[in-house]
Design a protein around this ligand. Structure first.
Ligand code: ATP
Ligand code: MG
Length: 235
């Protein structure tokens, strides 16, 4: 079991991908504890294993060696149904390719995590509108993803990841397509959720501004942690 306050605990975490004859070691034995209310960035060159690590932490992919616990539970050991519920209720995800539903408006995309959890329609709408306003998209709620810019789509994805007030958010390059003012607003929003609700953030990023703001900095190289500073500090 994880120590109290530990949200993500990874031990000897390893993942290989096989492509025909070639084997790629995406993660080669990672040990990490990420505490409640930490804003942790995972940095490192392209191909160093950042996305792989996020997928494993969120139970979207299964390690071939080692273990991951989220809130004291080994996600890989849970039945699929329970794993899905934990992901849906306790986690928020922002992927590199936002995965918005093309036929739904921005508002409907953001409502989705609440809808599937049985929240009444009026409350879904209110909370989704509020989340969109928080990322500066109050004027874009009726737009479908194909009528939004890349940065706007990214902000819809961020609003959707936060709307159900998850315990932890796993985000892959959340500020990658944003201009610096919008990126700063998004970082500010994450900061305030961290402070006010104790939300834990694990962000894979190349963005120096984001790295600068993080209390915890984890650097990967060739699937290993080569630097980890600020561990345990959650001011
Ligand atoms: N589905 C897959 N099949 C085969 N190899 C994969 C797969 N996903 C990732 N890899 C390989 O695993 C390694 C780590 O990939 P990963 O996507 O975790 O890197 P990353 O640090 O997120 O890179 P980036 O900064 O470019 O997003 C890379 O060598 C990549 O080519
Ligand atoms: Mg990646």
């Amino acid at each position: 079991m994880s120590a109290p306050g530990v949200v993500f605990r990874a031990r000897a975490l390893a993942r290989r991908y096989r492509m025909g004859e070639v084997e790629v070691r995406a993660l080669a034995g990672v040990d990490l504890d990420i505490g409640a209310g930490e804003l942790a960035v995972v940095a490192g060159p392209s191909g160093s294993g950042k996305s792989t690590l996020l997928h494993l932490l969120g139970g979207l992919d299964v390690a071939d060696r080692g273990s991951v616990e989220f809130e004291g539970r080994d996600l890989a050991a849970l039945p699929e149904r329970e794993r899905t519920l934990v992901r849906r209720r306790r986690l928020g995800f922002v992927f590199q390719a936002f995965h918005l539903v093309p036929v739904l408006s921005a508002l409907e995309n953001v409502e989705w995590p609440l809808r599937i959890d049985g929240v009444p329609a009026a409350e879904c709408r209110r909370r989704a509108a509020e989340a969109l306003a928080q990322v500066g998209l109050a004027e874009r709620t009726a737009h479908r993803p194909d009528r939004l810019s890349g940065g706007e789509r990214q902000r819809v994805a961020i609003a959707r990841a936060l709307v159900h007030r998850p315990a932890a958010v796993l985000a892959d390059e959340p500020t990658g397509n944003l201009d610096s003012a919008t990126a700063a607003a998004v970082v500010g929003l994450m900061e305030s959720l961290r402070r006010e609700l104790g939300t834990t953030f694990v962000l894979a990023t190349h963005d120096p501004a984001l790295v600068e703001r993080a209390g915890r900095r984890i650097r990967l190289s060739d699937g290993r942690v080569v630097e980890d500073t600020g561990a345990g500090a959650a001011p």
